[in-house]
Design a protein around this ligand. Structure first.
Ligand code: HEM
Length: 414
């Protein structure tokens, strides 16, 4: 048997005797079977080694993933957090360890404070309304391209102080690289376009060095902490991170959520009848399908975990997606429970690198869902339905979600 074609983790340990299973988050089988595969490897060994992509550890229990994410002494982030590694350039604070990590996070904090998110809300609402009105007008729409890409795209540009209409320059290549197989020509081409972001970011930095503005990039340039100020490379890496953090993640989330709701009229009805459920429902949808299924760390020393020895230099993949379905943390994890409490999902990570933009992401998702639900009395998948990517190894999302919409009387009149 060609073990690389085996969809699940239960594999003979040959040819690589040191591996526990063959787990490949880039395999096509993972696109449709990620929950089953994650369940299987978690049950088999929550700290296990795969022989995919040169070999790496996979942590898939909630307790193990949490422990690793909180421990930046044994688990370093100063590597590419993707497996296989990408060449898109360094992302900060994502790829930093303390003490520098805290300084980067301090610099980004004002971007995502409640007041900053509240200031951005009217523009997010306006962008969402424009996108949904256009779909309503046609009686149908494609959630990923018509809503999920432009709304976070325009929002991310505003965070930085770039013109909202420029989102496609950045958003399209990122979306392309996201769903391409590492090693494919599409991936290499998109990576090349992404490397060209550096020139664009540098130009924006230079303009603001000459004439400071009241915007995100100027704030990063002006940032001082004791005697620290950021180098040009650090500034580029911080801006790059906001672009990467802000775009496809939210796109993935809204596509995943609408894909579920379009086939679950009962959930749509409950949310329309009880809009107060929306915040906890969003947390549950994020738990159920974490857009980022996992991120890597590098072991800084040799140590034992779950009865296994992880050696210095080994790569360790923190499987947020599997942790979110761990029955020792969540009752009936395979069910969607709109008012699940507690819901300690790891979709935004946990510990020193917990997502800086989570508040903004939640606001964007809430506004998009609220607007969609209140403008329609129902929506369903059209015959074209859901178009799945061939890999979700970098992002669990959909390529397209086609819906037919039945407008409410008010939105049809208005
Ligand atoms: C549903 C949407 C999102 C998801 C699922 C998500 C997920 C994550 C995860 C899992 C991490 C932690 C990585 C780790 O521990 O290694 C992270 C970090 C980060 N995210 Fe998000 N994110 C989302 C939206 C956003 C948005 C909208 C922004 C900003 C515009 C953003 C900016 C960041 C930044 C700056 C970091 C790095 C934090 C650090 O390393 O200290 N994210 N995100």
């Amino acid at each position: 048997m060609n073990h690389r074609d085996d969809p699940v983790g239960t594999l003979p340990k040959k040819p690589n005797q040191t591996a526990d299973f063959h787990f490949d988050h880039h395999a096509e089988a993972f696109v449709h079977g990620h929950k089953d595969i994650n369940d299987e490897i978690r049950q088999q060994c929550p700290v296990g080694k795969t022989d995919a992509h040169g070999g790496f550890w996979v942590l898939s229990g909630h307790a193990e993933v949490t422990e690793a994410a909180r421990d930046d002494v044994r688990f370093s982030s100063e590597i590419s957090l993707l497996i296989p590694p990408s060449k898109i350039g360094r992302l900060l604070p994502l790829q930093a360890d303390p003490p520098r990590l805290q300084i980067y996070r301090l610099a980004l904090m004002p971007f995502f404070k409640p007041k900053a998110v509240a200031t951005m809300t009217p523009a997010i609402e306006a962008d969402t309304k424009t996108a949904i009105d256009a779909m309503l007008h046609r009686g149908r729409g494609e959630i990923v391209n018509d809503l999920g890409l432009p709304v976070p795209g325009r929002t991310t540009m505003r965070v930085l102080g770039l013109a909202p209409d420029r989102w496609e320059e950045f958003g399209r290549p990122i979306n392309q690289v996201t769903f391409a197989h590492p090693g494919s020509t599409t991936y290499a081409n998109a990576e090349q376009q992404i490397r060209a972001f550096d020139q664009k970011i540098t130009e924006e930095i230079d303009q603001r060095l000459a004439t400071p503005r009241e915007d995100g990039i100027s704030r990063l340039i002006a940032f001082r902490h004791n005697d620290v100020r950021f180098t040009r490379d650090e500034l580029i890496a911080l801006v790059r991170m906001i672009i990467f953090g802000g775009l496809d993640t939210v796109t993935g989330a809204i596509g995943n959520i609408v894909a579920i709701l379009a086939t679950r009229q009962d959930l749509q009805d409950r949310l329309r009848q009880t809009p107060d459920l929306l915040p906890s429902a969003i947390e549950e949808f994020l738990r159920f399908e974490a857009p980022i299924q996992g991120f890597a760390r590098k072991a800084t020393c040799s140590f034992s975990m779950g009865g296994r020895t992880i050696s210095k230099g080994d790569r360790v993949w923190l499987n947020w997606g599997a942790a979110n379905h761990d029955p020792s943390e969540f009752d009936e994890p395979a069910l969607i429970s709109l008012n699940r409490r507690p819901n300690r999902h790891l979709t935004f990570g946990i510990g020193g690198h917990v997502c800086s933009g989570a508040r903004l992401a939640r606001a964007e998702i809430r506004i998009m869902l609220e607007t969609l639900l209140s403008a329609t009395s129902r929506f369903d998948l059209t015959g074209e339905g859901i178009v799945y990517p061939r890999t979700i190894g970098q992002l669990l999302g959909k390529k397209a979600v086609h819906i037919r919409m039945t407008p409410t009387k008010d939105s049809a009149d208005g």
